[in-house]
Design a protein around this ligand. Structure first.
Ligand SMILES: Nc1nc2c(ncn2[C@@H]2O[C@H](COP(=O)(O)OP(=O)(O)O[C@H]3O[C@H](CO)[C@@H](O)[C@H](O)[C@@H]3O)[C@@H](O)[C@H]2O)c(=O)[nH]1
Length: 240
């Protein structure tokens, strides 16, 4: 199953070479597409240097002119991944927070018939490491309970950012209508998949706090998610 891992980056120059190497070494043998919002720290240059030393197509870089949020980066990356004809598309953070080892059980779940496999911190065997600040744990847990109750979903980690998509499902999403800029995009895309009748599976993951660089989480991202979930409850994933 031809797989590509989409890595959104903003200021990940310290992390990106290591995460690319770990992904390429996975038994799933994925290619990589980095979606960089013109990071001023030279993330794009690091990616170009890594790609130059590899066979054509193993590592690709999609450069976007300005920082527009996680959702916009994934919309661009997913569209390109689908257009390139891959069978499976993975989304994950580029800071080492998501375990590359989970790609193997995720791929197995997809091969077993799931259309969307979510790496979950909140199923048996899943966890968040102690280094994650307490307020982030509280925000993550609270945000998931809030979203699950309002959206009546049994998906345990709606806000998580580590997922493997069957490309044919991703191609059916009207990505342009899923306009959340920040992390609400994670909830929005999973809800859109459920609205399409997607078969889902959850794989336990250990989420580990990044050791280099900084989170892009912000109050505006949290506020957007709070409002977006209420609108999704009323209108569905497309917010209208
Ligand atoms: N291209 C681009 N990439 C971005 C942007 N904002 C963040 N990213 C990238 O998205 C990934 C996650 O960003 P972080 O800022 O490190 O996320 P976090 O605080 O660790 O939040 C985690 O938890 C959220 C809620 O559970 C998740 O939604 C999120 O994906 C991530 O796993 C990183 O690779 C980061 O470079 C952006 O505006 N543009």
């Amino acid at each position: 199953m031809r797989t590509i891992v989409v890595l959104p980056t903003y200021q990940e120059a310290e992390n990106i070479a290591g995460i690319i190497a770990a992904v390429l070494a996975s038994p799933v043998a994925p290619d990589v597409l980095v979606v960089d919002d013109s990071s001023p720290d030279g993330t794009g240059d690091v990616v170009r240097g890594v790609a130059a030393g590899l066979p054509e197509g193993r590592v690709r870089l999609l450069t976007r002119p300005v920082k527009e949020g996680l959702g916009a980066a994934y919309r661009s990356g997913f569209a390109q991944a689908v257009a390139l004809g891959y069978d499976a598309v993975v989304q994950m953070d580029a800071d080492g927070s998501h375990p590359v080892s989970a790609l193997v059980p995720m791929a197995a779940a997809l091969a077993g018939g799931a259309d969307l496999v979510l790496g979950s911190r909140y199923v048996p065997g899943g966890a968040v490491d102690d280094a994650w600040p307490w307020y982030r744990r509280l925000l993550s847990r609270g945000g998931n309970v809030y979203a699950r109750v309002l959206l009546r979903s049994d998906i345990t980690d709606l806000t998580g950012g580590f997922k493997m998509w069957r490309a044919s499902l991703l191609a059916r999403l009207d990505l342009d209508s899923l306009t959340a800029a920040g992390y609400a995009f994670q909830i929005q895309t999973t809800l859109a998949a459920l609205e399409l009748g997607a078969r889902t599976a959850q794989v336990p993951i250990l989420f580990t706090e990044r050791t280099r660089g900084s989170s892009k989480m912000s109050r505006s991202i949290v506020a957007e998610a709070m409002v977006a979930v209420v609108r999704m409850r009323r209108h569905g994933a497309k917010l209208r």
